[in-house]
Ligand binder design. Sequence first.
Ligand code: HEC
Length: 163
Amino acid sequence: MKFLFPILFIIVSLLAQDNYEDWDKQYKLTPTVIDSDAHNAYIEIFTNKKATSAYINKAKEYPVGAIVYKPLYQDKAKKILVRVVIMEKMYKGYDSQNGDWFYAVSNPKGDDVYEKGRIDHCISCHKLVKDTDYMFSQSVMKKIDDENFELERIIPDLELYEK
Ligand code: HEC
């Protein structure tokens, strides 16, 4: 019985993992594009429902099923979307050394995943922010605050971002 949940989770995730087509219909935390610290790119942050308040509150631990998407644009006007990087919180034991995160890199549409799993080069950098569960929420939320983003707008009703 104890193993049933992880097994079901693996099956469901295997079916779901390669398709992130709806990433741009999730909660959009960034009011405008922000400069990426890590890449020569402009980024936005989208979170699914489970990840949203955890990210805003710079949580120390995310619930299983939390997903955070970071589209990377070549230009500030968002004309060229190069790819989307994704992190998904997996079941306990998926990668216990590294916070049980699944990493993926997909095409702009989200239906073609180039790289996925416990990706070492992603982990090597994200472990710098182990205190906030491998999420760069501190620095990203600071940039959002500097833009005078009204958090009230997204916290009470968590409106879905409409395109
Ligand atoms: C050199 C360090 C570095 C590497 C390598 C790296 N990241 Fe990140 N990542 C960051 C930083 C810094 C941020 C915060 C936003 C920004 O400044 O771009 C971030 C943000 C993210 C986010 C949004 C959630 C968050 O932490 O704020 C996701 C999702 C993500 N990265 C996925 C990946 C994936 C997938 C890989 C591997 C293909 C990867 N990252 C490799 C540094 C890195």
